[in-house]
Design a protein around this ligand. Sequence first.
Ligand code: 4NP
Length: 157
Amino acid sequence: MGSVTRPAVLFVCLGNICRSPTAEAVFRARAAAAGLDVEIDSAGTGAWHVGKSPDPRAQAAGEARGYDLSSLRARQVKKGDFQRFDLILAMDEDNYEILHLQAPADAKGRIVMMMDFAPDHPERSVPDPYYGGDDGFARVLDMLEEASDGLISHLAD
Ligand code: 4NP
């Protein structure tokens, strides 16, 4: 587990090729800009895309705003994640439920909805952009930029 001075956060979606690697890159850039020292990773509850780079559409949308996703590779959530990370941030309610079922009792409280850190945003889940158009990826970025700033404020408290 991360120490009090260096918290560890894990972003989780289904495939770990669209939303959670975007969250990882956005949060990494914004935390660095804020001078926040934090361990950051992302993972998927599913295993279909393990080892793959982020979806080219997620990479392109991120790059358009200055986020580099190219070095990221998909992995699946593993048992040790529930001990290693202080906060496990679910991108949507389905993945929140899956994480809750998988987590040991003493780690369930560390699982939170990412959009809880954007309380003014009307949606609680980051919509899965995989089967939609390119505008879905820009929308994901808008939501994750807002929630990342809220998460940074929370961790900096
Ligand atoms: P992600 O998007 O969970 O944001 O990475 C998805 C990527 C792949 C699939 C579903 C969602 N898929 O079914 O393959």
